[in-house]
Design a protein around this ligand. Structure first.
Ligand code: GLN
Length: 419
């Protein structure tokens, strides 16, 4: 395992945040606040009702003790209330498992279900944590590309234009393929997979008895007319699917680390539950209690719909600068990320890049340059590719818009200087 972790010793989130911290010491940045649109964390607080629920929970003595490994009954109840209508069926406690963030949920699915040598298909670009989560229990990753539109460097494109080639997907399946991870809405390209696409992918999984791990952490952030949950498409697909969700994205509380797994198949879910118990035993109890009550309130007060409208506004504030600069970007259908193409931006070749960036893909240098010159942090997306495919993304940067309007406006003012 030392080799495994040495290979991936520095995660892109710490790398960019640390580069930002160092850059804030340089002369230019000393007089201005650094604008961090890198890691997807919020610049503002969770909604008042969620904070109040957390405060209440922290002052109830028993709520501060171990939660049951399965999750607090109150949160399980709220999740059942939330998801039963969305799944078109009354779900039972055996259909849900609370996890310590969605990442631990995905890890628990994989640890619970994989044998060493089993293969797991992921679409590329992928969220980086999937890879180590697959490798920790000895799994092997099979990469299937999500093909970007050809004109990605020429015009604004849509997430939906990033496509799966189903023949390529079928060819990636071997007798060792145990699972497939799909992420919709998709980080980083903002694609919301359509019903038709999910049916095709789901059917390939059914034909080959492949478990589907559906990462739906951005489920409340879609700007398309509908959002389809793969688990709900056919009973056969539902029986193979474990769906992972997150309170962090919904309540602007990524540090709370409250997530969950929902599955129509308790016989599959129970292995993830057992792994979860052994990995972390249980999830912070007061924050579960806060999420339980906040979810109930959110369902009643229209919070989810308001949030979608708010993000549409945020994207409009932010992407205008790319329109003005003539830099193409992927118009988001979901998530709080936007991917922009920097091919047209001239970065000096003789810029004093640190030694360790020389061996990295070009987007790492663009990101470094942007942090140092404009004080704006963005994520280099080749981190979500294997080295052989980095070329696809070497001119792209990912920006997170989960920030206040004022913060985004400041970012726009800075980026205007690229003109
Ligand atoms: N999901 C977050 C993002 O893509 C990062 C989570 C993490 O830092 N592990 O920005």
């Amino acid at each position: 395992n030392r080799a495994l972790f040495q290979n991936i010793s520095k995660d892109v989130w710490s790398l960019t945040n640390e580069a930002a911290a160092v850059a804030s010491q340089n002369a230019q940045n000393q007089n201005r606040e650094l604008i961090n649109l890198g890691q997807g964390f919020f610049s503002y607080s969770p909604p008042e009702f969620a904070i109040q629920e957390a405060q209440k929970a922290l002052t109830s003595p028993l709520v501060n003790q171990y939660a049951p490994t399965k999750g607090r009954p109150s949160l399980i109840k709220s999740l059942l209330k939330l998801y039963s209508p969305l799944y078109g069926k009354q779900l039972a406690p055996e259909n849900v498992q609370v996890t310590t963030g969605a990442n631990e949920g995905i890890l628990s699915c994989l640890v619970g279900l994989l044998n060493p040598g089993d293969e797991v298909i992921v679409f590329e670009p992928f969220f980086d944590q999937y890879i180590s989560n697959i490798q920790i229990p000895g799994g092997k990753v099979t990469y299937v590309p999500l093909h970007p539109p050809k004109e990605i460097s020429e015009r604004p494109t849509q997430g939906t234009e990033w496509r799966v080639d189903y023949d390529e997907l079928r060819r990636a399946v071997t007798s060792k393929t145990k699972a497939l991870i799909i992420n919709s809405p998709h980080n980083p390209v903002g694609k919301v997979f359509t019903r038709e696409e999910l049916l095709e992918i789901g059917q390939i999984c059914v034909d080959n008895n492949i478990i589907i791990i559906s990462d739906e952490v951005y489920e409340n952030l879609y700007f398309t007319p509908e959002f389809t949950r793969i688990a709900t498409l056919t009973p056969e697909i539902g029986q193979l699917t474990l769906t992972v969700g997150s309170a962090g994205k919904t309540f602007a509380a990524t540090g709370w680390r409250v997530g969950w797994i929902v599955s129509l198949n308790p016989d599959l879910l129970k292995y993830a539950s057992m792994a979860h118990t052994r990995i972390c035993f249980s999830t912070p109890s007061p924050l579960q209690e806060a999420c339980a009550n906040a979810l109930e309130i959110a369902v009643e007060n229209g919070y989810f719909e308001d949030m979608r409208q708010e993000y549409i506004r945020k994207f409009n504030i932010f992407t205008k600068v790319f329109d003005d600069l003539g830099l193409p970007y992927t118009k988001p259908e979901g998530t709080y990320f936007v991917v922009a193409d920097f091919s047209k931006v001239k970065i000096p070749h003789d810029y004093p890049f640190p030694e360790e960036l020389q061996s990295k893909a070009k987007d790492f240098r663009i990101s470094y340059w942007l942090i140092n010159e404009l004080g704006v942090v963005a994520i280099p997306p080749t981190e979500f590719y294997i080295p052989e495919h980095e070329k696809v993304a070497e001119n792209l940067l990912r920006f997170a818009v989960c920030k206040s309007d004022e913060y985004l406006q400041n970012a726009v003012e800075r980026l205007k200087l690229l003109k």
